[in-house]
Design a protein around this ligand. Structure first.
Ligand SMILES: [Fe+2]
Length: 635
């Protein structure tokens, strides 16, 4: 059709019109809508008044009855909790912490210690592959957590009572410890009934030597880095990333980067959190060196900031809500209950949905336990959580031109070694990862005589694709040049895909066992507010009493034991291998246990010989010892 004809047709169509016509305001509008119902207003008004008055009278009387029935026990409970402020418990804190303690204690005090046998993990208790009901986390994180009701082995539980406590008000009690007051005794008087046993020995906590141990063999071991300053290579553990986050009135901001020379002599702490919080781009840095007047204070601030960073980012955000959560969700949603890999990974995900639901609803929710525990304002807490992916040091931070993101522990240990970080922590991490990998490979051989059968397994691909799609720290396009999970049928050579999948499983096993132990089993630190605290008043070198109680209470949630990695037996979960495999998964499991035992003996021997080794290797290393590890995450 010529253009002119088309233009004419469009003009005619427009002139014909479609849609409701435009209307101008009326020149004589109805202003008050008085007619005709105005005459009924008095009669209906009186009837309405009588009905409302009778209703109010009934509600008032009912309130009296309910008040008498409910009010008396509630009053008793409030007075009972109020007396906790007195000797011998001395709880200078809110009702919230007291009720949380009471609920947790009653729920766990007589709960059985689980093992990995058929009594606690029966095959009949596995649930079919299904979409799980989930909730979206607060704090601008795009992470979803399955509800506890979807857990397996009849572990389904809803934490309705604890969830409903977030409405309780929050108040600050800034009272702190005097020089002769023992903060360890203080919290243990309160929480001995639920506090987990402590296997780490720290006879010296506050000296400079203890600070070296803290960074090399303790809570900072997985965050150790190197940096060139003034032409010298220094070891460093950093926390200044937290220093710009606002805290509540009455508390200090976090911060402190601790530097050591090549011989592990403390050099300085550079602290971006001591000066005022400025918005003009010029952040005051306070440098403190050994022997300076503020040295002990700077050390306390640094240790406490490491404790905060590891707890919030490495433990709660990464291991609970990212890695273990995304894996168990993908496994349950994408893998059949009789799939050999689902059966293999089931013990490592035991109770994980319940535990993470607890973290989701009680800890990392608005007005929950974690926002109350730390000094951050609500905005500061949200910013800290949202910054989680960029604050992690787990290999995903390695840039592409340096081979990153690095996903697997053995590769990351090699990378760190090439940077000059060759510590017993990372040597043991690499050893444990490779031990796990050998178990995975031996198990897979039993079910997949041909590698392509596993490399092309659609359910395994679905699990891995969903996991990396939802992982906030390494998207599916970045994880590997060889295996692209965004493709409908992922590309890559059979051997490479097979090994990638196997290492992925070994990596998850590491995070829920030793990875969790390093970041989450921090009972020894949480017990002493003069060593590590979550919040403290300006100038102090000890946390507040309220903070000491809340921190120890948070850590008491780890008291719920999980099945042991060593000497438990979960071979009943392994399905019967195909006839042509010729391999026995029980034999692979026994070999795995033997290797764990050998490594545990080596770790024990290493610790027994600590004092005979030269500084700085003269300390024990606990968290990678298979003898103390549990098979799945606890809170
Ligand atoms: Fe945990």
């Amino acid at each position: 059709m010529p253009k002119t004809e088309e233009a004419e047709r469009l003009l005619e169509e427009g002139a014909a019109g479609s849609g409701w016509p435009v209307q101008q305001p009326s020149t004589s509008p109805n202003y008050l809508f008085c007619c005709p119902w105005i005459i009924f207003v008095p009669i209906v008004g009186v009837v309405f008044f009588v009905v409302v008055a009778i209703g109010l009278w009934l509600i008032l009387n009912l309130a009296w009855v309910v008040g008498l029935i409910v009010g008396v026990p509630v009053s008793f409970a409030l007075v009972y909790f109020w007396f906790w402020r007195c000797c011998p418990g001395y709880w200078p804190t809110d009702l919230y912490e007291k009720v949380i303690y009471m609920v947790h204690m009653l729920m766990t005090i007589n709960s059985p210690v689980p093992n990995a046998g058929p009594e606690f993990m029966p095959v009949s208790g596995l649930r079919p592959r299904e979409q799980l009901q989930k909730g979206l986390l607060d704090y601008a994180l795009f992470l979803q957590v399955p509800y506890g009701s979807s857990d397996e082995f009849e572990l389904s539980s809803e934490t309705a009572i604890e969830q409903s406590l977030t409405f309780l008000p929050q108040s600050e009690h800034l009272e702190t410890f005097g020089p002769d007051e023992n903060p360890v005794e203080f919290v243990m008087n309160q929480l001995s009934s639920i506090y987990p046993p402590i296997y780490q020995e720290w006879s010296d906590k506050l000296s400079d030597t203890a600070l070296v141990r803290f960074c090399l063999h303790g809570l900072g071991a997985h965050r150790l880095g190197v940096e060139m300053r003034d032409g010298k290579k220094l070891f460093v553990v950093k926390t200044n990333a937290l220093s710009g986050l606002p805290v509540r009135e009455g508390f200090e901001r976090y911060g402190g980067d601790m530097y050591f020379d090549k011989d592990w002599k403390p050099v300085m702490i550079i602290d971006a959190g001591q000066g005022p919080l400025r918005q003009d781009g010029i952040q005051e840095m306070v440098t403190t060196k050994p022997g300076d007047a503020g040295w002990e204070r700077a050390k306390f601030r640094f240790r406490s900031s490491v404790f905060t960073l590891v707890t919030l980012v490495d433990h709660l955000y990464d291991i609970h809500l990212q890695k273990s959560n995304l894996f168990v969700t993908a496994m349950r949603e994408q893998m059949s209950s009789d799939h050999p890999v689902r059966r293999f990974m089931t013990p490592f995900m035991y109770r994980t949905i319940t535990v993470n639901d607890n973290a989701f609803h009680n800890l990392l929710t608005k007005n929950g336990m974690a926002p109350r525990c730390f000094a951050f304002t609500e905005n500061g807490f949200g910013l800290a959580m949202a910054a989680g992916p960029s604050l992690l040091l787990d290999g995903t931070e390695v840039p592409a031109d340096a081979g990153g993101p690095i996903l697997f522990r053995a590769d990351y240990a090699d990378y760190l070694k090439s940077k000059g970080i060759d510590t017993v922590y990372w040597r043991q991490v690499s050893q444990l990862f490779q031990l796990y990998l050998r178990f995975v490979l031996a198990y897979l051989e039993c079910y997949y005589p041909k590698k392509e059968d596993f490399a092309n397994d659609p359910e395994m691909l679905a699990v891995v694709r969903q996991y990396f799609y939802q992982l906030e720290t390494a998207g599916p396009n970045t994880v590997s040049q060889k295996v692209d999970f965004t493709m409908p049928q992922s590309s890559g050579k059979i051997d490479e895909k097979y090994m990638f999948y196997a290492m992925f499983l070994a990596e998850i096993m590491f995070w829920v066992t030793a990875g969790h132990e390093q970041a989450g089993a921090v009972e020894v630190y949480a017990q002493d507010a003069s060593w590590c605290a979550f919040r403290w008043v300006p100038g102090a070198t000890v946390g507040t009493k309220q903070s000491a109680t809340a921190t120890a209470l948070l850590m008491s949630f780890t008291s719920q034991p999980m099945p042991k990695l060593l000497d438990d037996d979960w071979t009943h979960l392994f399905p019967t291998p195909p006839a042509n495999s010729g391999k026995n998964p029980t034999a692979a499991f026994q070999k795995f246990q033997e290797e764990l035992r050998v490594m545990a003996d080596e770790c024990d021997a290493y610790n027994a010989a600590s004092s005979s080794r030269p500084f700085p290797e003269n300390f024990p290393m606990y968290v990678n010892n298979p003898r103390i590890l549990e098979v799945s995450v606890s809170l």
